[in-house]
Design a protein around this ligand. Structure first.
Ligand SMILES: [Zn+2]
Length: 303
């Protein structure tokens, strides 16, 4: 089955942040294994690794008919923040119905531990964003790539959102802003995201680990038009794709989201952010319901 025959528009969900395959720490399953789980659950996953690009392994998974796409993480171990590393991942990705996600750093260099090792890799004196970060934003704008803020702090995120707005970057994900390590509360986040280009991510992992509660998560998901719900799973003890769906149904309904709101943050918004072709939500909705009525009629059959 060719890459392009996979249709994310008919997926039941799109998890834009899941760890699998080779990484700096053990993962529950491989990219191929995760792809099989996603196909069985009739969804789509975007794979992430702190080591760098997952674009080529995701491409191999798609060649097997599996609903997977890739990302690149601009960590020191992968050469750091430079648009060339994003360019390479674009080449690796080939044809994909979903845009590549380029993560700003999630790790500091373990090879250069010093008093400065915890200091920002994104900000230079001023404080302002380093040129390399601005170059990545401009490259993403020109090549239809989605930038994610990685493990940037709240102050860094504020600078990145402002720069993305200034440079005309159409799509930016604020990566799990409710985690204490990033440091947003819902009110500050809602204020920041009045800039149209920013999507805010809420993760099941954040709730599962008790970093924030389901009520806080649901407030952001309900009130922010561009919010997406992801898993951030892949840890050896974390659930399967199906398990994530069940667990997140619970979290989101506990937080007061109804079925339509869950659909918005787990399928429609992620598709609008990532799908290369425009998503006709109404028509896909019909296809989705027909699809649910015929559970054996798989959208991702290998033919
Ligand atoms: Zn993650």
């Amino acid at each position: 089955m060719a890459d392009t025959s996979l249709q994310p528009g008919s997926a039941r969900f799109l998890d834009a942040h899941c760890h699998a395959g080779l990484d700096e720490r053990p993962r529950r399953t491989s990219v191929i294994g995760l792809g099989h789980e996603a196909r069985r659950a009739r969804g789509w996953v975007v794979v992430k690794s702190h080591l760098g690009s997952t674009a080529s392994s995701a491409r191999q998974a798609r060649a097997l008919g599996l609903p997977v796409s890739g990302s690149v993480t601009l960590n020191p171990v992968n050469g750091g923040v430079h648009w060339r590393h994003v360019e390479r991942a674009v080449q690796e990705q080939g044809l994909s119905p979903l845009r590549l996600i380029a993560y700003l750093p999630t790790r500091v260099s373990i090879g250069h531990m010093s008093a400065d090792s915890a200091a920002s890799s994104l900000i230079s004196d001023g404080p302002k964003l380093r040129e390399e970060v601005l170059d990545v934003l401009a490259f993403a704008r020109d090549h239809d790539i989605v930038v994610a803020t990685g493990h940037a702090s709240r102050r860094e995120v504020e600078l990145i959102v402002a720069a993305a707005h200034r440079l005309g970057v159409p799509r930016l994900i604020i990566t799990h802003p409710l985690l204490p390590s990033v440091g947003f509360d819902p009110s500050a986040l809602l204020e920041l995201c009045s800039a149209e280009c920013a999507y805010a991510e809420v993760t099941a992992l954040g709730i599962r680990l008790g970093r924030h509660d389901a009520i806080t998560a649901a407030r952001v998901l309900r009130e922010l038009p561009g919010s997406i719900f992801t898993s951030d799973f892949g840890q050896p003890e974390s659930p399967t794709v199906r398990g994530w769906l069940d667990e997140s149904d619970r979290y989101l309904s506990d937080g007061g989201l109804d079925a339509a709101a869950i659909e918005t943050v787990r399928r429609i918004n992620p598709l609008q952010l990532l799908a290369v072709a425009a998503v006709d939500t109404e028509r896909k909705e019909d296809a989705h319901h027909q699809h649910l009525a015929h559970p054996d009629d798989g959208a991702f059959r290998e033919e």
